[in-house]
Structures are given as structure tokens and as C-alpha cells.
Ligand binder design. Structure first.
Ligand SMILES: Cc1cc2nc3c(=O)[nH]c(=O)nc-3n(C[C@H](O)[C@H](O)[C@H](O)COP(=O)(O)O)c2cc1C
Length: 354
């Protein structure tokens, strides 16, 4: 019923409206509903997972389900008190930046309906790390729900050069650790929509960033959000560098910059205006997960992200070697019940294996 209502009634209406407007409305609705016991109960009744246990502990953190909301949806941490009711075991809040970030010029979110993808040109819009720390300190953290914080550099001319960019990342990382906000941190080196381009995805640029971050004491797992448009040899060079730092894992990965990879490239903007999420990320990210697991065995925790639009997409990522999953676009195109379906499939598989 819930599935039918979303796909046949709600989605056709929502998909006629501006994508960023719908995103903002859902954040407001979720934020308010999550403050009320009744709101939380209703959401949990509709979407909460109640099957065989899918609990998992990764890097010492216990997840009630292995599915997280990927970075970029709850960019200001306004849903951090309610996403557990939807069936998420955790989320990546952000990406947060050292200073307030207005984001790129609108329009900055567009659907490619046939391609099952979104064109994302948000440009790291967020309230800045200080405001987000204060918001999270004032938020009641749901029992067993994991808060990861994604950290990027402020998207403006001031942080565009290398040293200022590194200081920007370090400021947020230091402040979050000082305040002990967040269960894990992800360093987003691969946002394709920022001033000066995707700066920290070469070994020459990544090394000084990791050197600087290493000096900041942390007791939490740290992950790197990887780009997916690199050939394996270049991707692996980054992993060889990351291996020599106290980095526990990788989120594989970010948006796809290649419009020609979409099923219907004619739905994409005529010139580059942001990375693509959804189906167009699925194969690239899964292949990189598989190669990373084969090559690096258990060295890295792998969070599989990109194009999970069905139960089989999720299982494919787990079989390729992902320890945990993240998604956004599947929830938008298929509806939030997708999470419950994935958890059930994982639960039944594990139950059958016992
Ligand atoms: C609206 C939107 C905003 C995003 N913003 C961020 C961000 O701030 N930081 C980040 O690391 N990834 C960001 N991403 C990328 C997602 O975290 C994810 O890597 C990508 O969407 C692929 O997953 P999906 O196919 O399940 O959506 C964003 C994606 C979307 C759709």
C-alpha cells in the first residue's frame, strides 16, 4: 500500500515540482514530524524495519541496519533525530564546511527521470560547521542511530587555493573532534561542483591534506569519500597513499561527472553543470568496490554508495565487498520503503546462512 501510494500518487505529483523545492519541503516536514512522538511513530509504522536482525558492528560502531543516508540530503543535520524511523542505521550529515556556504547558483538540482539520476550542482550549500555543531548538540540523538559527519572545504574563492583549502578541512575536523560531535568522519575530497574543481583527488594534493589532518587527535574512524571517474590504476595510487595514514575506510563513491554514461544523455544539461547521481553511478562504484576489496583485502572498511535503486543493486554492492551501504537517489525514485526491502533481503540471507 505504502509502496503503491508513493509510486502511483505521491511521486508523480512531486516529480512535477522543482527538485530542490521538494527536497527543502521534505527536510522541513521530517524535521517537524520527528519532534513529535506521534510523528516518529507514524513514520516508523510506515517505514521502520521489523524483520530478522541486520545489526552490524563496523570499526567499533554498531549499526541497527547497514544502510545510511548518503551525504548531501541532510546537509544541515536537521533530520538527525528522525531518520532512524525510516529504517536508516545512520547518516552522513553535511558535507559541512568551515564557513557558511551559500552553494552554487540555482538551478542546482534537476531530475533525469528516464536515466534515474539527478544532476547535482548544490556546491556544498550548508550552514557551516559551527552552526551545525550547535544544532547537533541541541538534538536528541536516537538510541543506536549513527551520526557520520562529512567534511568538505568551503566552496568559495577564499578556500580555493591549496593551503587555505587544507586549513578549511582541518578547522572543521578539529572543531568536531573538540566537541565530540559525530561517530565517524568522512573527508569529502571528491565533490565535483566546487570553486577551483575537485582539488584533492591527486596524490600530490591529497598527501599534504592527510598530513595536516593526521596532526589532529581523533578517537573516531575516518573515511575518505572517493571519486568514481578515475581509471583503476589512478584510483589505486590514491589507495596506496591513503594506506599509509590512519584512515579506516572509504566511501565508494561520489557523483559521476560523465554525462555520456547516462542511459539518456540528452536529459543532461548541454554543458557541464554538476555531477550525476543514481543509476549512472551504479556500475562504476560497484566495480571499484570489487577491485578495492580484491586488492586490499580487509585493509579498508568499504561503504558502498552510488546507484542503489533496488534490492539487487544493494546485494551486488555487498557481494562486491561493501561492509555498509549509503544511498539517496534510490529513496527518491523508488520511495523510502526501498530501505525496508533491502534490510529484509539482507536479514533473510543472513538468517538462511545460519
Ligand atoms: C542532492 C545531493 C547532494 C549531494 N551532496 C553531497 C555532499 O554534500 N557531499 C558528498 O560527499 N556527497 C554529496 N552527494 C553525493 C551522494 O552522497 C552520493 O555519493 C551520490 O548521490 C551517489 O549515491 P546515490 O546514487 O544513492 O544518490 C550529493 C548527492 C545528492 C543527490
Amino acid at each position: 500500500m505504502i509502496r503503491w501510494l508513493y509510486k502511483r500518487v505521491l511521486k508523480p505529483i512531486l516529480f512535477k515540482m522543482d527538485a530542490e523545492f521538494v527536497h527543502d519541503v521534505f527536510i522541513q516536514l521530517g524535521h517537524r514530524a520527528g519532534k513529535w512522538k506521534l510523528g516518529r511513530w507514524l513514520i516508523a509504522m510506515a517505514y521502520g524495519y521489523r524483520g530478522p536482525s541486520v545489526e552490524k558492528t563496523v570499526d567499533g560502531i554498531r549499526y541497527s541496519t547497514p544502510i545510511q543516508l548518503a551525504a548531501g540530503f541532510d546537509y544541515n543535520g536537521k533530520l538527525a533525530h528522525v531518520l532512524d524511523c525510516v529504517g536508516f542505521g545512520g547518516e552522513e550529515i553535511g558535507s559541512v564546511t568551515a564557513r557558511v556556504c551559500k552553494g552554487n547558483e540555482k538551478p542546482r538540482l534537476k531530475r533525469m527521470i528516464q536515466s534515474q539520476s539527478l544532476v547535482v550542482y548544490k556546491g556544498l550549500k550548508n550552514d557551516g560547521v559551527e552552526a551545525i555543531i550547535q544544532r547537533l548538540k541541541a538534538t536528541v540523538k536516537p538510541e543506536g542511530f549513527v551520526w557520520g559527519i562529512s567534511i568538505a572545504k568551503t566552496n568559495d574563492a577564499q578556500s580555493a587555493d591549496k593551503q587555505a583549502g587544507i586549513e578549511d578541512y582541518c578547522y572543521s575536523f578539529r572543531r568536531l573532534n573538540e566537541e565530540q560531535i559525530g561517530d565517524f568522519y568522512t573527508i569529502n575530497i571528491s565533490c565535483p561542483n566546487v570553486h577551483g574543481g575537485e582539488a584533492f583527488t591527486t596524490p600530490e594534493m591529497l598527501e599534504p591534506l592527510l598530513d595536516a589532518l593526521k596532526e589532529i587527535p581523533t578517537t573516531k574512524p575516518v573515511y575518505i569519500k572517493m571519486p568514481i571517474n578515475l581509471p583503476w590504476a589512478t584510483f589505486n595510487q590514491l589507495l596506496e597513499l591513503i594506506d599509509s595514514y590512519p584512515i579506516q575506510g572509504l566511501v565508494i563513491g561520489n557523483l559521476n561527472k560523465e554525462y555520456a554514461h547516462a542511459d539518456y544523455p540528452e536529459e543532461a544539461p548541454a554543458t557541464y553543470r554538476g555531477g550525476l547521481s543514481g543509476k549512472v553511478c551504479r556500475k562504476l562504484s560497484t566495480d571499484l568496490i570489487r577491485k578495492t576489496r580484491e586488492t586490499w583485502k580487509d585493509r579498508f572498511t568499504i561503504i558502498g554508495c552510488g546507484g542503489i535503486l533496488s534490492v539487487s543493486d544493494a546485494m551486488e554492492k555487498i557481494e562486491a565487498g561493501a561492509d555498509l551501504l549509503q544511498l539517496i537517489t534510490g529513496m527518491i525514485f523508488e520511495g523510502p520503503h526501498l530501505l525496508k526491502d533491502i534490510s529484509r533481503a539482507i536479514g533473510e540471507r543472513e538468517d538462511g546462512g545460519n
